[in-house]
Ligand binder design. Structure first.
Ligand SMILES: CC(C)(COP(=O)(O)OP(=O)(O)OC[C@H]1O[C@@H](n2cnc3c(N)ncnc32)[C@H](O)[C@@H]1OP(=O)(O)O)[C@@H](O)C(=O)NCCC(=O)NCCS
Length: 326
């Protein structure tokens, strides 16, 4: 089988920035609380006219430019999102049309904050096979639109943004070496939007209880994430026959600086071996890993020869990691 890797990488965040101080004017919180509990200082918020597909299209254009390709070169669009434009049809289809990729498949993947690592693995299994030369994998989210802006325990934690990768054939021995994905559906209620599916359809009698919004048991997620993150890194490395010593950079889902510090400690790796930008963007869910990867590349931390592990965890519960040899 041909080696498949990232041949173009792009990201996009909406221009409007919202600081911790801005949140403190809306809910009872403070810069001190948010910074010490999460490491976040600011995040981007999409305006009302912008949808998840619009952020995705901008990230895809940047990834295509980086790859030196045009939309017509793409055979498949895979979107990781848990904040789609509409529950049905797929937002990937909307992206395909807005980008102008002709004769091209498109579908969504919902693995919440682990969506990117799932989508990259799925994309890598298509790319380079007959009919699917180039695959566009994109993570895009507008969580500001699914959060309850009165719930301080969740609203301050997230931001909007998108990241995209073009996958195609690369030199032998390089590219996406392999992935490890897992889930535990017994924790599906730990992070959820209770209404809007068939269990609690819209319109619902329960809207005054905020069932249409994102809900999270923060402490349960913390306990899960500090184990899931290091487990995903180690399991993916084992699957591809690489050791922790060989890893140059770990790019984790940008959920919380304290989760990342604890996970890196459990792995026995110094913080210099990771990259974080959550202080600028908050948690952008399925978009956080490619946004971070693009910035790490721009800062010269990812070069030819760099071995990267991307690891993500979140609602589902779902978690996993990809091992990428640049
Ligand atoms: C959310 C999280 C930061 C909360 O930190 P914590 O130490 O668990 O805090 P607690 O939930 O115990 O709350 C402590 C206090 O802060 C309060 N609090 C919660 N949100 C607050 C906010 N934005 N500002 C100020 N106080 C807040 C709580 O009400 C509680 O007050 P009380 O003691 O009077 O009841 C932490 O649990 C976490 O990071 N969990 C993982 C969340 C995550 O990453 N989710 C995405 C996964 S993909």
């Amino acid at each position: 089988m041909a080696s498949v890797g990232i041949i173009g990488l792009g990201s996009y965040v909406p221009p409007h920035e919202m600081s911790n101080e801005d949140w403190a004017k809306i809910v009872e919180t403070s810069d001190e609380w948010i910074t010490s509990k999460t490491g976040m200082k600011r995040r981007r918020i999409a305006d009302k006219e912008t949808n998840t597909s619009d952020l995705a299209v901008e990230a895809c254009k940047n990834a295509l430019d980086d790859a030196g390709l045009s939309p017509d070169d793409i055979d498949l669009v895979i979107l990781a999102t848990s904040s789609p434009d509409v529950p049905l049809s797929s937002t990937a289809g909307i992206i395909q049309e807005k980008l102008g990729c002709s004769d091209c498949g498109a579908f969504d993947i919902n693995a919440v904050c682990a969506g990117w690592v799932y989508a990259l693995d799925v994309g890598a299994r298509f790319a380079g096979t007959p009919g699917y030369g180039k695959v566009l994998v994109v993570g895009s989210e507008i969580y500001s639109r699914i959060l309850n802006w009165q719930d301080r325990t969740t609203c301050v934690l997230f931001g909007d943004g998108a990241g995209a990768a073009v996958l195609g054939e690369v030199e032998d021995g390089k590219g996406i070496l392999g992935s490890w994905l897992t889930s535990d559906g017994s924790g599906s209620g730990v992070i959820e939007i209770p209404a809007g599916g068939v269990r609690v359809p819209i319109p619902s009698d329960n809207f005054e209880e905020g069932m249409q919004y994102f809900h999270m048991d923060g402490r349960a997620v913390w306990n899960f994430a500090i184990e899931a993150f290091p487990q995903a890194v180690l399991s993916a490395l084992e699957r591809v026959g690489k050791s922790l010593d060989e890893v140059d950079l770990v790019i984790p889902h940008q959920a919380n600086i304290n989760i990342i510090k604890t996970g890196m400690e459990k792995l026995g790796l110094p913080m210099e071996k990771t990259f974080t930008n959550l202080h600028n963007y908050g948690n952008t869910a399925g978009a956080s890993v490619p946004i971070a990867m693009r910035e790490a590349m721009d800062e010269g931390l990812i070069r030819p020869g760099t071995l990267v592990v991307t690891a993500a965890f979140g609602g589902g519960l779902a978690w996993g990691a990809n091992v990428i040899q640049f």
